[in-house]
Every structure is written in C-alpha cells, then in structure tokens.
Design a protein around this ligand. Structure first.
Ligand code: RP5
Length: 163
C-alpha cells in the first residue's frame, strides 16, 4: 500500500544525510511516513521553490530542512509554504556549525523557522511528531499516546540509572 508522506526531510546536499538521517529514524519510530530529498537554496533554487510550493497540496504537513554553512534552505522554504518548517543546522568542518546555526535561527519577523540545536536532527524528527500529534483525528490520538509512552521510557531510563 502506498502511504502519502506527512513529513518532508530535505537538505541542501547529500553530504548532509549522515546528520539528517536521525530525523528519519525518529519519524520511523513513530510510524510517521516521510519523504527525503536534496534541494539546494543556492544551487537548485527553482527546484527548492517548486518543492516548497507543492508540498502542502501533496499532503505534507511538516517540513524538516537541514543545511550547513550559509544555510538558507530552511528560511527560503519557509518563505514559500504555509507549512511549519523545522531547521536543522548541519555542522561543517569550519566554525563548529555556528555559521549554520546563525544562518537558520536569525529569521526576520513574519517568516518563522523552528530551529533545533546544531546537528539536532533527532529532535527535529521528534518535534515534527509532536506537531502532528496536535491533529484532532485518529493520527493525533495515536501519536499523543506514543509520545507519552516515549517520554515515560525516557524518564524510566534515568530513574533506573540512578536508583
Ligand atoms: C550546504 O553546503 C549544504 O547543505 C551542505 O551542508 C554544504 C556543503 O555541501 P556539499 O559541498 O558537500 O555538496 O549548502
């Protein structure tokens, strides 16, 4: 059975995948269907805009966008869609990812990007699950239960270690 992706996990280069795959892993843990693609704000700007403009109509509900260096992908995508965009600063070999972080987080008012930590692709995936859990239907109900169980497991891990 073909299942429409609810989350788009996109990145500026396939070299971002070793960091970004943690977002996909988190989504898989909650059985959230997602798609993966490479869309560069600088090298394939039209392709990026086409993706951003079509995503909502195709059923995508959240976009996770990762990029490194002059990381304009999340912000540019946010400017061309009404979907929530989560930005992942990908660390490159210079500047410890500070360049990526500042490029993504300092958005002008009116064009929001929810920025996670440098390299924080797993949290981006988990945040997307939380966004989808606000759904008032069966999807939201299932995801709220699964997220509550996940949080309880996290707590038990810490308690087991320190009891
Ligand atoms: C950015 O430039 C990409 O998101 C990537 O983090 C970085 C380097 O890309 P490659 O030169 O490895 O393709 O746009």
């Amino acid at each position: 059975m073909h299942v429409n992706p609810l989350v788009g996990v996109i990145m500026g280069s396939d070299s971002d995948w070793p960091v970004m795959q943690a977002a996909g892993q988190a989504l898989s843990e909650f059985d959230v269907p997602y798609e993966v693609g490479v869309y560069s704000a600088h090298r394939t700007p039209q392709r990026m805009l086409d993706y951003a403009r079509d995503a909502a109509d195709r059923g995508v509900r959240v976009i996770i966008a990762g990029a490194g260096g002059a990381a304009h992908l999340p912000g540019m995508v946010a400017s061309a869609t009404v979907l929530p965009v989560i930005g992942v600063p990908v660390p490159l070999k210079h500047l410890d990812g500070m360049d990526s972080l500042l490029s993504i987080v300092q958005m002008p008012a009116g064009v929001p990007v929810a920025t996670v930590s440098v390299g924080g692709a797993r949290n981006a995936g988990l945040l997307a699950v939380r966004m989808l859990s606000a759904d008032s239907g069966e999807l939201g109900s299932r995801l709220r239960s699964a997220m509550a169980a996940f949080q309880s497991d996290l707590e038990n891990l810490v308690l087991d270690k320190h009891s």
